[in-house]
Design a protein around this ligand. Sequence first.
Ligand SMILES: [Zn+2]
Length: 142
Amino acid sequence: MSGVPSIRSREIKIVQNIPISKTLKFWEGLKKGKVYATKCVKCGKLHFPPSADCSECLSSEMDWIELSSEAEIETFTHVVVRPASFQQHKPYTVAIGKLKEGVKVLAWLTGFKMSEIRVGMKAKLVAKTTLEGNLTYEFVPL
Ligand SMILES: [Zn+2]
């Protein structure tokens, strides 16, 4: 606020607990090395990240589908100036890859030299546990 005298005294760390009961299979899948999407039983729309409710027809009747791992990279960016919560990481690359099921996945792209990364190249989507112990997924070389 401008005009209000203030001092910068301390940083507050906020940790959110996100309920996962409706997407539990997704997290269990990552632990087993599998990446799941949800598919609407009513209209067939595929959702990734998985969604408990269909954005197309609003149905809550969903099936779990294991995604194939091969992706075509559609775009990417190298992140040099990292957000505060990623300061412990070296600069990294984030990409969007399209899987054969048609869904687009936003994930880190690792294991490539920066000079090797091209739009249109193939990469493999894999489940992973981060240095902090969080479950995630990323693109790696085939
Ligand atoms: Zn639907």
